[in-house]
Design a binder for this molecule. Structure first.
Ligand code: UT7
Length: 323
């Protein structure tokens, strides 16, 4: 059977680093509060004029290079983003042009912080059916552009960045020893919209809007929902949660990472955490954490990975893959 195999990974963080101390100069907060409640120490911010497609471009080029592919090979681009360059066209088609990819299909997925797990699961429907031979799956965000810089409850939490993977079909035996995406679980509950949303949009007030969140409510749902999605994705893949080599969570809050690990009996040493340096980069956080784990040598080819996220919608989900 065909499997969707990750053959290359790349990430990009904008140059500017904003520390907690920098933010303490503009809102009533402290480095100590942010570190204790979230684990975040700094975040990266895109430069004026740097659009989300510019971040995605560098991450995509790095992923293609790691896979030994060129833009000419790419036949599908899916970008998980909630902060597009323009209302339309999709970031994916803008990226197709900037990348110089002459063929294929390109579209965005809007599932906020769950964007990457939604995008990867969607791409599997093409790659594992032989409909795409070289897909770029990207999470890219400029969340700092959605911040209300007077709201200390949200503006300290988010950062900008992009991460990309190349997915190619690979022949598997239909066992959990196969390389590739082995299973996933996706969920949504539109009834919880008020907990996390942006208060503007094209067909309402015509504005971009600002991010609004009831943080402690989102926190509570995150630990429960993510744990359920992890169990469901593991069951879909036919693996035990205890077999997983690395958990690569969406990076919203160190306490959420720890809460999920405790609930599932996961050793915290198996959890890749980038939240201290990257903060919450929404759909970009999982591929950025994957890239980090690969570059520092912790994650190795052949290992079993579990990716999980929850975000606005609410949406949540998890994917199991063997690298
Ligand atoms: O990626 C999408 C998913 N998003 C998330 O998963 C975020 C989930 N939520 C969280 O990470 C946490 O709920 C927060 C970090 C947002 C907040 O932490 P918390 O422990 O839930 O605090 P809280 O919202 O219950 O607020 C406690 C206090 C409040 O003051 P009072 O009302 O007790 O006087 C807040 O006003 O902390 C205050 N507070 C702050 N104080 C200093 C909120 N933000 C700050 C701040 N600095 N930046």
């Amino acid at each position: 059977m065909l499997r969707s195999v990750v053959t290359g990974v790349g990430g990009y963080l904008p140059e500017e680093v904003v520390t907690n101390h920098d933010l303490a100069k503009i809102v009533d907060t402290t480095d100590a509060w942010i570190v204790e409640r979230t684990g975040i120490r700094q975040r990266h911010r895109a430069a004026p004029g740097q659009a989300v497609s510019d971040l995605a471009l560098i991450a995509a080029q790095r992923a293609l290079q790691a896979a030994g592919r060129t833009p000419v090979d790419v036949d599908m681009i899916i970008v998980g983003t909630t902060t597009p360059d323009l209302t339309f066209p999709a970031v994916a088609t803008i990226l197709q042009r900037k990348l110089g990819a002459p063929q294929g299909i390109a579209f965005d997925i809007q599932a906020v912080c769950s964007g990457f797990v939604y995008a990867l699961s969607t791409a599997d429907g093409f790659v594992a059916r032989g409909r795409s031979r070289c897909a770029l799956v990207i999470g890219a965000e400029t969340m700092t552009r959605l911040m209300d810089w007077t709201d200390r409850g949200t503006c300290v939490l988010f950062g900008d960045g992009a991460g990309a993977v190349v997915l190619e079909p690979g022949q598997g035996e239909g066992t959990t020893a196969d390389r590739g995406l082995l299973g996933f679980a996706l969920c949504a509950d539109g009834g919880k919209q008020d907990l996390l949303y942006v208060d503007g949009g094209v067909s309402t007030d015509g504005k971009v809007g600002k991010l609004r969140m009831q943080g402690n409510q989102v926190f509570r749902h995150a630990v429960v929902n993510i744990s359920e999605a992890v169990r469901a994705a593991a069951a879909d893949a036919g693996v035990e949660v205890s077999e997983v080599d690395w958990f690569i969570p969406h990076q919203a809050n160190q306490r959420i990472l720890e809460g999920v690990a405790r609930r599932l009996g996961i050793d915290e040493k198996k959890v890749i955490s980038t939240v201290a340096e990257h903060a919450n980069t929404s759909a970009a956080s999982i591929p950025l954490a994957l890239d980090q784990g690969l570059r520092d040598g912790r994650i190795k080819p052949g290992q079993l990975l579990l990716l999980e996220a929850m975000g606005g919608g609410l949406t949540w989900g998890a994917c199991v893959l063997r690298l």
